[in-house]
Design a protein. Structure first.
Lengths: 443, 84
């Protein structure tokens, strides 16, 4: 006879069965996470599935705290735990006590091996890094058309500098992602952009895997246009990041690297304005100070100084000229005195006598010698003319006066003179007697 | 540089980057103080023209946001709008 039991009793028996059956507890369940939800309580509810089936799973808060990664949808995992019956709902679920990412060890090995290989080729060398354009006209972006990357780039560039953005939509995870990214980079190179940002948002190592694939790394290296990478979170380093010319921690940071802030450029233009005005006014200042020097030379005060200086020089020159004239006059005085001592008539008689003697001799000399004598005579006449010029009377013609004392001798000094002394002043056309009124002796 | 100093520079045809680069160069040259007044004025005028050109580009810059795809008939560009 069949047993009559309640629903609760049935589900309780199933629960009991699960807990006592080998193979339903202490197992590693292999599958992929979907419908992952974490409640505010800290408990996580999700589905673990494979190609043929799926099972509800729960990971309580304390188990979640023990694992060192963030589980999420499409993550391939191995979950350790047991099958349990939720009696009230009549549903069973897998209680996850621990979890690890499956295949992760393999991926890390692949990553490390490829990194070593490409590093050895020099693809990550800092000498390969190119500077980014300072003022790009168009930035190319290779990423998902629906992700946070393009959104953040559009928002940031709109705010900073309204640069053209050309998006090459790409599949950034899963099968074919690497190829799609490579095509995007090549396409943007072909159509010509100034800089390329390539990236995707955060995710598991698997999600980011396309950015660790060799073709993507090589496409970045081959790009003629500088590449900024922005893959995953700040702590994620993909091989694409190593190959890129710059690596940005976030898409916003990538946009900030790609363009300058328009306000900053306005400020720089203002700075140039200040600098060029300053430079120009220093040129005009320099000119002005040069003019000032010329001005100073032309100023009335300077002119007065110049006149004073020239005046001084003139005084000096005339003093020297005066003393030289005075010297010459006193020489004349002495010559005149010596002439006076040999009266002129006596001189003339002497000359006449010599001349007649000479005439007598002349007739008796050789004609050749006569020629010489004639020329000598001419020379003598010449000399007479010069003697004439030296005569004190010729000097009188030039405006000098000759002063003689009572005894007829030349007075050349005031020393012998007293007030009342009588002197004879001889001029060009006669002589005058004069009394000395006063005298003043030079120092 | 010394060659195109004398040549008439057609500012209007210069890109923003070229303009900024030349502007910076002219400002430095002015600051060098090796120019006489005539040369200084010439350089200054050029610098002012470049600065105005740069400001104009900044003031007017209007951007295009497009996506580009490769299709069988070649590259296809279209305006890109984010999905809300």
């Amino acid at each position: 006879m069949s047993e009559r039991i309640t629903v609760t009793e049935l589900n309780t028996r199933v629960k009991e069965l699960f807990s006592t059956t080998n193979g339903l507890r202490d197992i590693w369940l292999v599958g992929e996470i979907s419908n992952f939800k974490m409640y505010t309580s800290g408990h996580c509810y999700f589905t673990i599935k494979d190609n043929g089936s799926e099972i509800r799973a729960v990971m309580f808060k304390n188990a979640r705290a023990r694992i060192n990664f963030n589980p999420g949808d499409s993550m391939k995992i191995e979950a350790y735990g047991l099958l349990d019956m939720y009696v009230e709902r009549g549903s069973y679920q897998f209680i996850v006590e621990s979890m690890k990412q499956s295949g992760i060890g393999d991926l890390y090995l692949k990553y490390e091996a490829l990194k070593r290989k490409l590093e050895a080729e020099g693809l990550f060398a800092s000498e390969r890094k190119r500077p980014l354009p300072v003022y790009p006209k168009t930035i190319g972006v290779v990423t998902s058309p629906t992700g946070a990357v393009i959104h953040d780039i559009l928002t940031t560039t709109k705010r900073l500098y309204p640069v053209n953005v050309l998006l090459a939509p790409a599949q950034v995870q899963g099968e074919g992602a690497a190829q799609s990214i490579v095509k995007g980079i090549e396409l943007l190179n072909r159509v010509g952009v100034d800089v390329i940002i390539v990236g995707r948002g955060g995710g598991s190592l698997e999600d980011l895997w396309a950015f660790n694939e060799e073709p993507v790394v090589r496409a970045i290296v081959a790009s003629k246009v500088p590449v900024i990478s922005s893959v995953g979170h700040e702590t994620d380093f993909t091989l694409a990041d190593f190959a890129a010319d710059r690596r940005a921690a976030t898409p916003t940071a990538a946009a900030q690297m790609a363009v300058r802030d328009k306000m900053e450029i306005y400020r720089q233009l203002d700075d140039y304005t200040v600098r060029m005005n300053k430079a120009l006014s220093s040129v005009t200042d320099r000119m002005r100070s040069r003019f000032a020097t010329v001005d100073a030379k032309l100023s009335l005060k300077r002119a007065q100084e110049k006149v004073d200086y020239l005046g001084m020089k003139l005084d000096d020159l005339s003093k020297r000229a005066f003393s030289s004239i005075r010297d010459r006059v006193s020489i004349m005085h002495r010559r005149f005195a010596s002439c006076e001592n040999r009266p002129e008539s006596a001189l003339k008689t002497q000359v006449a006598r010599k001349r007649s003697n000479a005439s007598g001799l002349f007739a008796r000399v050789d004609p050749d010698i006569r020629t010489i004598i004639v020329s000598k005579q001419h020379a003598e006449q010449n000399l007479s003319a010069r003697l004439e010029a030296l005569s004190p009377y010729s000097v009188l013609d030039r405006g000098y006066s000759f002063v003689a004392g009572p005894d007829g001798t030349a007075v050349t000094s005031v020393k012998g003179l007293q007030p009342g002394s009588v002197i004879t002043v001889r001029m060009r056309d006669g002589k005058a007697e004069a009394n000395i009124i006063s005298k003043e002796e030079k120092e | 540089m010394s060659e195109n100093q004398n040549a008439q520079i057609n500012v209007e045809e210069m890109s923003f980057e070229e303009s900024m680069t030349l502007l910076e160069e002219l400002v430095r040259k002015l600051e060098g103080g090796n120019l006489d007044l005539d040369e200084s004025l010439k350089v200054y005028e050029q610098a002012v023209a470049l600065r105005e050109h740069c400001r104009k580009i900044l003031d007017e810059s209007d951007r295009k946001v497009q996506s580009i795809m490769e299709t069988a008939s070649g590259e296809k560009r279209e305006d890109f709008k984010e999905l809300e």
